[in-house]
Design a protein around this ligand. Structure first.
Ligand code: SAH
Length: 221
């Protein structure tokens, strides 16, 4: 693997191992999720000027007023999505940097991810090509509508917070499928997991979180 992927100094394997130990201390248990977090080079998903902070447990700016989620949240949400069994096809709403997308892609057959800021989507796409990840499909759209062409999904993960869960996302969930989503206004968001059983939707409250809002409509920039 090229040095760029392996990293050196503040992006070295040793720095990544520190991140993993911190995740474990914070309660992340799934070996598959921890392995995915070790394998995906997070420093390639942030601007080069920030790469020395890529493995800190913090959210970082990615432009357009958006942020890459902190490693703990990425790991926690992934774990929450996979608890209950393996998934084959997953929809992500809010591609952003593409980091969470890449983590999902290492765990499932096919990831579909939608993003409302076209420039972020393009940048994420170039990163997947650089690293050689091929099982991700991207679309520039308002994620409130999900991606009906490929529904139903066994898992849906939303990485921006709506005030209420969009009905379309519930409809695009397969029977037995799981949706992990932050819900609420800026100061009072809760991470929720919804499991579909026929036409019934069981909601579990997981923990307090802080995400950027799920906005209405596309941005062309
Ligand atoms: N998983 C990303 C999180 C980025 S922040 C990462 O770790 O990098 C949330 C992302 O959701 C932003 O990129 C934002 O542009 C996007 N977003 C906000 N509202 C959206 C909507 N309605 N549809 C699709 N994407 C949206």
């Amino acid at each position: 693997m090229s040095k760029r992927f392996v990293g050196s100094g503040m992006t070295s394997p040793r720095t990544r191992d520190r991140m993993l130990r911190r995740l474990q201390q914070d309660g992340v248990k799934s070996p598959a999720v921890l392995e995915a977090m070790r394998a995906v080079p997070r420093h390639l998903f942030v601007d080069e000027a920030l790469s020395s902070r890529a493995y800190d447990d913090t959210a970082l700016p990615i432009g357009h007023g958006q942020t890459i989620s902190q490693p703990y949240i990425v790991a926690r949400m992934t774990e929450a999505l996979f608890e209950g069994g393996p998934l084959r096809r997953v929809l992500e709403v809010g591609t952003g940097s593409g980091y969470q997308t890449a983590i999902l892609a290492s765990l499932v057959e096919q990831v579909y991810s939608v993003e409302r800021v076209e420039a972020l989507m393009r940048l994420a796409r170039s990163r997947f090509m650089l690293i050689g990840i091929r099982n991700i499909r991207l679309k520039h759209t308002d994620g409130h509508w999900g991606w009906p062409d490929y529904a139903p999904f066994e898992g849906i993960m939303v990485t921006a917070a709506p005030r209420e869960i969009p009905k379309e996302l519930l409809q695009q969930l397969a029977d037995g499928g799981r949706l992990v989503i932050p819900v609420g206004g800026f100061h009072a968001q809760r991470l929720q997991r919804v499991t579909r059983r026929g036409n019934q939707f069981d909601v579990e409250d997981l923990e307090a979180v802080k995400f950027v809002p799920l906005r209405i409509g596309n941005a062309s920039a």
